[in-house]
Write a protein that binds this ligand. Structure first.
Ligand code: A2P
Length: 338
């Protein structure tokens, strides 16, 4: 077993990490950190645990530590669910101090020597870990993309071979993506908010890096453009998105590609049986019906039409955040980087 910790363990994504790591077969969760407000207290007394998820009693009595390298003596690997502005320096200090860091924060995603990975899409980009080591780091940082970008790139994985140059996407994103205090209830009920700070830019830039090619010790950007419009809707969990590709392939061929898709990874504990599920039914996927497919790790696609147009939907705090980072850690471990 590898001892692991979670940075920012009391937040919306942090508690998803705890949920996924509490009984993990490879990782032993020993350390939880948060702000000075929570430090020193028992995890169960400070976390605003979700009512719809059973509380992991084996973790509840762990005392929350302050978020710094000194708190992480027991662990070899940390997962970061910190706000981006705090993550930048803390994650750098952890990696320089010899730790493996799997981060859900956005602060390091676009740095040239930091892998931005979705295991089914670009596992080969983990080779950037060696580039970080060549740059003199004892440990390393691996990031996962923004929640909407993960859902979209995974939905695109089966159709990568199609001849598109432009992707248009319009998202309908759940409130849990904004964190516990993120969206006031009075603002979101009976409403759609047509703005999520930085989200469109993240989808447009991160996708090009993830779907790029690893060559000459660097990621060469993918040769297409992404144009995104992002919206917050009154859904608790599950980001839905309408995707348009300017592909020429007939719809039947694209459908075959979805149905035949096999990801390039196997044997990872958090990996779902099906990474991408294809619906033929005209009214699927829907967040309430489909977000927990594959324990929240499967991305569902449907409404495939000429164009090529389709709908994709995935659980934003599991597949789109904590689950993505845990799957990255499993891939790193299986490839002997730890
Ligand atoms: P805390 O609960 O003590 O405030 P969310 O984005 O859902 O609000 O979660 C943010 C996470 O990051 C929480 O665990 C929060 O801890 C932690 N956090 C917030 N600010 C800091 C800080 N300045 N230093 C360390 N951790 C922080």
């Amino acid at each position: 077993m590898i001892n692991v910790g979670v940075l920012g363990a009391t937040g919306a994504v942090g508690q998803r990490f705890v949920q996924l790591l509490a009984e993990h077969p490879w990782f032993n969760l020993t350390t939880l950190t948060a702000s000075e407000r929570s430090a020193g207290k028992k995890y169960r007394d400070v976390v605003k645990w979700r009512l719809d998820v059973p509380f992991p009693d084996n973790i509840g009595d762990i005392r929350v530590s302050p978020t710094n390298v000194a708190s992480l003596k027991e662990v070899d690997l940390v997962f970061s669910a910190l706000p981006a502005e705090i993550a930048k320096d803390v994650e750098t200090a952890c990696a320089n101090g010899g730790l493996a860091v799997c981060s859900n924060a956005s602060s390091h995603r676009m740095e040239p020597d930091i892998p931005l990975v979705v295991p089914e899409v670009n596992p080969d980009h983990l080779a950037l870990i060696d580039v970080q080591r060549d740059h003199g780091r004892d440990g390393f940082i691996v990031t996962n993309p923004n929640c909407s970008t993960i859902v979209m790139t995974l939905a695109l994985a089966p159709v990568r071979g199609c001849s598109f140059q432009k992707i248009h996407v319009a998202t309908m994103q759940a409130v849990s993506g904004a964190g516990f205090e993120g969206v006031p209830a009075m603002g979101i009920y009976d409403n759609v908010i047509p703005y999520i700070g930085q989200e469109e830019q993240k989808m447009e830039t991160e996708t090009i890096k993830i779907m790029g090619t690893f060559r000459n010790n660097a990621v060469q950007p993918a040769p297409f453009q992404v144009s995104a419009s992002c919206h917050r809707v009154p859904v608790l969990d599950g980001h839905t998105m309408a995707i348009w590709l300017d592909a020429r392939e007939p719809v039947e061929k694209v459908k075959e590609a979805f149905l035949r898709y096999k990801p390039p990874i196997e044997g990872l504990p958090t990996q779902p049986k099906e990474s991408v599920h294809f619906f033929d039914e005209p009214d699927r996927p829907q967040p309430r019906l489909d977000r927990n497919r594959g324990n929240g790790m499967t991305v569902s696609v449907g409404r495939l039409r000429e164009g090529i147009r389709f709908i994709a939907m995935g659980h934003n705090t599991i597949r789109g955040a904590a689950g993505a980072s845990v799957l990255n850690a499993e891939l790193i471990s299986s490839r002997k980087y730890l």
